[in-house]
Design a protein around this ligand. Structure first.
Ligand code: GTP
Length: 360
């Protein structure tokens, strides 16, 4: 039985203010902490033992997931004293692994939503006899990613981090953040210092002649590192476009958690999720958005492709589009926030004080 490591210790700076008090993997997507979807998908692929590599806000994981038995898993937690980066985090949990040196260990970045065929990745690893196998996906604009060209047999030929010039963009295949490592390769990563698996371990292995195998799987894939992507991913889970056994309810246009109150004439569309104890007042429209627990959307407000934090309040007739409202923030009536606006946790915006400039 293959075991897995989940990397969940990043600071999630791109997702602020949502990650000020909550680590990225614990931010709710489709009604449950995002990590639940990854754990449930790994379990469905036959993984039973998972070690969580924690660092930033490490203390919140274990109280929520415990020993993992509710998900049919055996979970362990290892916290870094100082953040060790992706490679250092993998090495730091090695003592908890049960696999023999030549056995495969799955490794997942904790912020990727994907329909990857996990078992196929392990099969590819076994049949090719690789030291490390990587899930690769194809993207239209690869500039923000790590490019991974392969030869005709799928063997990795180079690692090119965040290419900028057209000459550097030699492939549209990118590192999708899921790997299979032979256990012995994990043990060979230097211990007790920060290591980047993408920038140091992979290029180093390649230079040393190791066999790194790429498997292109072009099913659903999204890096939930930015607010826009996070909101999109949550909506896709609710809509059923992104597969997860952990969505609490039937997939469809909306997901309203048990204790939420939604006025009969409020309109919820596009994979919107309304969290426990949240309130949506009459005439409000919420499309493709995530409204976290205890938030209030007042009468006639229009919320689109936005994330409203826990306990936040959106005033009457206010328009949000592509906005992120931090936990406990208050946005008064008749405001207009668009295009990546971020309101910090607990901030207060008076009524009718923000308008979108291109409207004038
Ligand atoms: P940004 O700050 O917004 O870039 O996000 P991030 O901190 O999550 O970094 P990134 O998206 O590059 O991290 C990829 C994965 O590795 C995520 O699942 C992180 O949680 C995880 N990760 C990054 N750095 C560390 C680390 O030092 N320790 C551990 N345990 N995990 C890490």
């Amino acid at each position: 039985m293959t075991e897995a490591i989940l990397l969940v210790g990043g600071k999630g700076t791109r997702l602020r203010p949502l990650t000020m008090h909550t680590p990225k993997p614990m931010v709710p997507a489709a009604g449950v902490p995002f990590l639940t979807h990854q754990l449930a998908r790994a379990r469905a692929a036959g993984v039973e033992h998972i070690v969580l590599a924690t660092s930033y806000l490490a203390e919140v994981f274990e109280p929520y997931f415990g020993d993992g038995s509710a998900l049919g898993l055996h979970l362990e937690y290892v916290t870094e004293v100082e953040p060790l980066g992706t490679g250092g985090a993998i090495r730091n949990v090695a003592s908890r692994l049960r696999s023999a040196p030549d056995e495969p260990v799955l490794i997942f970045n904790g912020d990727i939503l994907t329909g990857l065929d996990i078992e196929a990745l392990v099969d590819t690893h076994r049949t090719t006899g690789a030291d490390v196998s990587l899930h690769l996906t194809r993207v239209e604009d690869p500039r923000a990613f790590g490019l991974v060209p392969t030869d005709a047999t799928g063997r990795v030929t180079a690692f090119l981090e965040k290419p900028q010039t057209p000459e550097e963009i030699v492939t549209d295949q990118i590192n999708a953040g899921a790997y299979v490592f032979n256990r012995s390769v994990i043990d060979s990563i230097p211990a007790d210092r920060p290591v980047s698996v993408e920038r140091e371990t992979f290029p180093g292995l390649l230079a040393a002649g190791a066999h790194l195998q790429g498997m292109v799987d072009s099913t659903y894939w999204l890096d939930l590192g930015t607010p826009q992507a996070f909101v999109r991913g949550s909506a896709d889970l609710v809509l059923g476009r992104a597969p997860s056994p952990a969505v609490p309810g039937r997939c469809g246009d909306r997901l309203v958690l048990d204790t939420a109150e939604v006025a009969p004439d409020a309109k919820l569309t596009g994979g919107t999720v309304i969290g426990a104890g949240a309130v949506v007042e009459p005439g409000a429209r919420v499309d493709g958005s995530t409204v976290l627990d205890g938030a209030v959307i007042e009468a006639g407000a229009q919320v689109r492709d936005s994330l409203v934090g826990a306990g936040a309040r959106i005033g009457a007739r206010t328009v949000l589009e592509g906005a992120v409202i931090g936990d406990g923030a208050f946005v008064g009536a008749d405001n207009e926030l668009r295009a990546g606006a971020r309101i910090w946790c607990g901030a207060r915006i008076d009524a009718a004080s923000i308008r979108f400039s291109s409207d004038q």
